[in-house]
Design a protein around this ligand. Structure first.
Ligand SMILES: Cc1cc2nc3c(=O)[nH]c(=O)nc-3n(C[C@H](O)[C@H](O)[C@H](O)COP(=O)(O)O)c2cc1C
Length: 326
């Protein structure tokens, strides 16, 4: 199946990978696996569930990332996700924010392998779609390789389908979430070793990966690569990576202009539903990254898309500032 065949995914990113962003990324890279922003079990159980679960059919293959630590609540939420057509449920064991810690989930769950294993088991009892976990290499002083092995062994025993490892530890105190994505050093070798020690488990690597060459290199060692910031800021990286790494080569857009044309149709539909143009175009600023006209494209979008009544003509206007592909 496509969902498992594609070795590249785009990371869950709060406030970034919303449904408009995912629709856009899907136009750019049809086979890539996409993740929602983290959605907490509390929000799904007590909030506007319909809105939180809503996604466009063409966003698939799509994983819902859940934040929570109560097996029964997670199982209910996994059930909602499966019913809504999601292709995977992913548990967040990597986020170090204070808000998440006060709910006792996210990265601090790395200190409770048995609980995470119970969560995986409970979700697997309810759904037949893959249940996966995204974690760090460790937290605080609990950052030895043996602690990581114990954590992953508990998940493997519980039947986790895939483990995505952000290849750096998290400091639970003293660093902001942003610093926790930059300051602790990357430890790719640990993730490679994990794959060697758990050959039957799918292991995906994440953190600081931003070139096609790096993606190719990691894929020599692990089953998948998850791209976060690099894919957001330069989405065409996905096209180049998939075009050169997948055999047979998948159907991909030929030009960035083609992607914009596809987005025009979506924009029309969304504006009719009350979406504001900039809610969509803010995710498209990086489309021409590194190409002639990239700056003019970004600038036009950020200046014009906020204006009241802004419509598809803004996207066309921005495109007019970028030279046609040869
Ligand atoms: C703006 C932003 C929001 C993020 N939100 C989440 C989230 O909701 N869940 C999660 O597991 N990780 C989240 N992350 C972390 C990313 O998924 C990823 O692990 C991290 O950015 C490292 O990968 P990269 O170096 O390729 O960006 C977020 C990262 C960014 C930049």
């Amino acid at each position: 199946m496509l969902a498992t065949a594609c070795p590249v995914s785009v990371a869950p990113m709060m406030d970034w990978t919303d449904r408009h962003c995912r629709y856009f990324l899907r136009q750019v890279a049809p086979p890539v696996r996409l993740y929602t922003e983290m959605i907490t079990t509390a929000a799904l159980l007590h909030g506007d569930r319909e809105r939180l679960l809503a996604c466009h059919p063409s966003e698939h293959p799509l994983a819902m990332q859940l934040g929570g630590s109560e097996p029964r609540e997670l199982a209910r939420c996994a059930g909602f996700a499966a019913q809504a057509g999601y292709n995977e449920v992913n548990l967040n064991v990597g986020c170090p924010s204070d808000r998440v810690q006060s709910g006792r989930f996210g990265a601090c769950l790395m200190l409770e392998p048995d609980r995470v294993a119970d969560c995986v088991r409970a979700m697997r009892e309810v759904v037949s779609i893959p249940v996966t976990v995204k974690c760090r290499t460790g937290v605080d002083e609990r950052d030895s390789y043996s602690a990581l092995v114990a954590f992953v062994a508990a998940l493997a025993e519980a039947g986790v389908e895939r483990v995505i490892v952000h290849a750096r530890k998290a400091w639970l105190q003293g660093l902001s979430p942003k610093q926790n994505r930059q300051v602790p050093p990357l430890q790719y070798a640990r993730v490679y070793r994990l794959k060697r020690d758990f050959p039957a488990l799918k292991v995906e690597i994440n953190g600081g990966i931003g070139t096609v060459a790096a993606v190719a290199e990691h894929l020599q060692q692990v089953d998948g690569v998850m791209l976060g910031r690099a894919a957001y800021h330069d989405p065409w990286l996905l096209v180049t990576a998939l075009g050169s790494l997948m055999q047979p080569a998948p159907a991909l857009p030929r030009t960035r202009h083609e992607v914009v044309q596809a987005m025009l149709v979506y924009v029309e539909q969304e504006l009719q539903r009350g979406t504001r143009l900039h809610q969509i175009t803010r995710h498209m600023h990086g489309l021409f990254q590194g190409r002639p006209g990239a700056r003019a494209w970004r600038r036009y979008l950020s200046e014009q898309a906020h204006r009241g009544g802004a419509g598809p003509e803004v996207l066309e206007g921005a495109l007019g500032r970028v030279p046609e592909p040869g």
